[in-house]
Write a protein that binds this ligand. Structure first.
Ligand code: NOJ
Length: 562
């Protein structure tokens, strides 16, 4: 039997605070809004709330550009509001996980103001500065948000490095004073009583020595260079140190955002012997519908279910007994899962329930992103002016500038823009979906009159009620948490089926990822009479001949072996 640890048995709910609940009518969500919804979260049955950054920030990237790690962004409230939220959450047995950005700060952080002011300022080296090479950029790395990672700063006529937007200069983790100040800050939040951290972009905090240019056979101005700033050895040394010096006595839950790795590589972070992170967010399944990773996300490709199964199964099996997974199908950077992996039209409810069944029956800690529990969908604003995301706006500007048609560019945006997941939470069918009494910072999805929490509460068949059942089922059945995973029917184009086994307990999960009605045989060792249905998302299952199971579109079933 595996060790029992709280963060393995927890279900996490992710809040994107600007879009969750606005208590004061300024059109932005805030901490009091979260406070007011604690009952809702307790009723859902979750254990941990991960709150995306709420620190002081000019907001170019909705808080991922921090200008003061010790203060709360005014729009979100005050430190007293935070303390009250933390206390009230703890009273209810809920834990709070902070989102910490260690890779970069805002360009309005006082460190950066000092750093850019003079070449010999003591904080110069807190960031990464280089002079150009013969009038050229210091290297050819492409930024995650398009264009070069280098920005020329007129103050000193040198370039600073930014993997994300130019308002997010990268910190230099080779500088020991800077590292020290960061460790201290993490300690300060732990002393305050927070229960965990999601370390943003942590894979990138170390860059290849000498910042060499990436291979560039076509001689382009900039090229993707992920391998030169992702998952390098020095990241592991920094995390080890962070654990030893700061985290250990507090035992917080930690999850790192680490793109660009497979499960074997992930063990370097999450291996039980590593002293680094509890789990990581991997990205392989997030690129199943893309031509390539990183910026290639915008170029859609048709995906097939066996590909998704293969990716997830690798993670499930490689980490079993050696590390721990963080399972998610959406977040504030990704399209809405029901629109992406399910059907947001005719089968919206059923497919969202099927996807939920998937997430809640895998090995690893499940993360639910706000709105998933009511099946919120993508948006397709007709005009770029309606979008707010810096990445989306950069993408639009760049590609229109290159001569692509507006229609073409907008189609990519409708599929992949991060704003798909950032429209306000839909609480009821009143104006602005009950999210705000003012003008929302981004338009509410028009479908709020149909898709909202109040409607879901009053419908016993809703996605929300189904989530509650699933979460409680997971809690009551350790096999769903710790059981070993085995994939069945690897090549089936419609059905994703697997078993979970813990000692003498065995569970069978059957998910139909399609609008077809596929049929399968009971797997070896299983039989209708010896299987007890634990949960299912259709009311009337097709009566089946002995030996076969006929599924309805997007049907999900979980059986326990008797
Ligand atoms: C990942 C965050 O999830 C995303 O929203 C942000 O833009 C980048 N890191 C930069 O901090």
């Amino acid at each position: 039997m595996a060790d029992i640890v709280w963060w393995k048995e927890s279900v996490v709910y992710q809040i994107y605070p600007i879009s969750f609940m606005d208590s004061d009518g300024d059109g932005h969500g805030d901490l009091r809004g979260i406070y007011d919804k604690l009952d809702y979260l307790t009723d859902l049955g979750i254990d941990v709330i991960w709150i995306c950054p709420i620190y002081e920030s000019p907001g170019h990237d909705n808080g991922y550009d921090i200008s003061d790690y010790y203060a709360i962004m005014r729009k979100y409230g005050t430190m007293e509001d935070f303390d009250r939220l933390l206390e009230e959450a703890h009273k209810r047995g809920l834990k709070i996980m902070m989102d910490l950005v260690l890779n970069h700060t805002s360009d309005e952080h006082p460190w950066f103001a000092e750093s850019r002011s003079m070449k010999d300022n003591p904080k110069r080296d807190y960031y990464i500065w280089r002079s150009g090479k013969h009038g050229q950029l210091p290297n050819n790395w492409e930024s995650y948000f398009g264009g070069s990672v280098w920005k020329l700063d007129p103050e000193t006529n040198e370039y600073y490095l930014h993997l994300y937007s130019e308002h997010q200069p990268d910190l230099n983790w080779d500088n020991p004073q800077m590292a020290e100040e960061m460790y201290e800050m993490v300690h300060w939040w732990l002393e305050k009583g927070v229960d965990g951290f999601r370390f943003d972009a942590v894979a990138h905090i170390a860059k290849a020595e000498g910042l060499p240019s990436a291979h560039n056979p076509d001689n382009l101005p900039v090229v993707p260079a992920y391998q030169l700033f992702s998952n390098l050895q020095q990241v592991h040394s920094i995390l080890n140190k962070l654990n030893d010096m700061i985290l250990k006595p507090y035992g917080p839950m930690t999850v790192g955002e680490t793109s660009g790795l497979g499960p074997e590589q992930a063990l370097a972070y999450v291996g039980t012997d590593r002293n680094e992170l509890n789990m990581v967010f991997q990205f392989e399944h997030m690129f199943v519908d893309a031509q390539s990773s990183g910026i290639g996300k915008w170029n859609y490709r048709e995906w097939k279910l066996p590909e998704l199964k293969e990716i997830m199964s690798q993670w499930q099996t490689v980490l079993h007994g050696r590390g721990w997974n963080a399972n998610y199908m959406g977040n504030h950077d990704q399209p809405r899962p029901v629109s992406r992996f399910g059907d947001d039209g005719k089968y919206r409810v059923r497919s969202a329930q099927m996807l939920a069944t998937w997430m809640l029956t895998l090995e690893g800690t499940p993360y639910i992103y706000q709105g998933e529990e009511i099946g919120m969908t993508n948006i397709a604003f007709p005009d770029i002016e309606q979008y707010r995301d810096i990445e989306t706006m950069n993408y639009y500007r760049h590609h229109i500038g290159q001569g692509r048609s507006k229609q073409d560019v907008m189609e990519a945006i409708w599929l992949k823009s991060r704003d798909n997941a950032r429209t306000p939470m839909q609480w009821d069918d009143s104006e602005h979906a009950g999210f705000t009494k003012g003008e929302p910072w981004i338009q509410v999805n028009d479908n709020f009159t149909e898709i909202n929490v109040a409607a879901a509460e009053s419908d016993p068949q809703s996605i929300l009620h189904y989530y509650r059942k699933l979460i409680s089922l997971r809690k009551k059945n350790k096999v769903l948490i710790y059981g070993a995973y085995e994939l069945l029917l690897a090549d089936d184009p419609d059905i994703y089926a697997y078993t979970r086994t813990l000692d003498d307990e065995k569970v069978l999960v059957i998910l139909n990822f399609s609008s077809n009605e596929p049929e399968m045989h009971w797997p070896e060792g299983w039989a209708a009479e010896q299987a007890k249905l634990m949960i299912c998302n259709v009311n009337k299952r097709y009566s089946t001949d002995e030996g076969t199971i006929l599924l309805q579109p997007y049907e999900a079933r979980v059986y326990r072996m008797l």
